[in-house]
Design a protein around this ligand. Sequence first.
Ligand code: ADE
Length: 288
Amino acid sequence: MKLGINKWADSPFGKNVSNKSSFFIHNLSFAESYDSISLQTILPTILSITPKLQILKRYYLCPMHIDILTVLPELLESPFRHSMMKRAQEKGILSIAVHGLRKWAVNEYGQIDDYQYGGGAGMVMMCEPLAKAIEELSQQRKFDEIIYMTPDGNTLNQKTVNNLSLKENLLIICGHYKGIDQRIRDHFVTREISIGDYVLSGGELAAAILVDAVGRVIPGVLNDETSALTDSFQDNLLAPPVYTRPEDFRGWKVPDALMSGDHKKIDEWRLEQAIQRTKDRRPDIMNE
Ligand code: ADE
């Protein structure tokens, strides 16, 4: 466990911030990799014996900062102002800064794009504004990942989301027009992410999806941290069906198992349903 002085010494968590891997003390299989496992290895056992010590978890949270570079900052004004993203920021677990790329434009007209070499329709986002922006922001913090949102990137899945939620500083670049100059991808970008096999008019909505998916699995963001673990795709299963009151709606009844009050039975029913649903709808993820 690494404790001590770090750049979050002034954060709400003070000096009690360990490395990010401590985040996933409650599920060691959550992330692709860990820096250290000593604390994580013993803490679940301690917590299962003495649930009151859940409070310990608070001392091992460390906030994540996400910078987003975009030509349309207005598009990202709303998505992070509500619900969980809002709560995460209020709690100091997550901070998000949206930067308008035109601040680094090549001229007073705010130019950030140009025609593509070789001809063809569509503009390309120029190297200079992007390079300057990345370099300036990199002076403020060391980015663990510089992510470019692009339809030709790796398709986003829960494993990548979990992995990214262990990082401390992310920079996300939203593409527009025909995309960004390849040299920025070659020399600055560390990850390229697509949110699916379709093309959006820009990377902003894709970035909002990525931030939401990553932000909500940072422990402390959800009210009940364990609820992220019962989401679809954790453990390569879709979530089972859920029901709420009334018990009988138009003659459509809640399954008996859920009404039994027998937790073992309920857990078994949920697992069966999750397996069946996954077999029916997404057999591909069961073998991942
Ligand atoms: N930009 C445009 N389409 C995209 C997609 N599918 N994923 C990520 N970024 C994008």
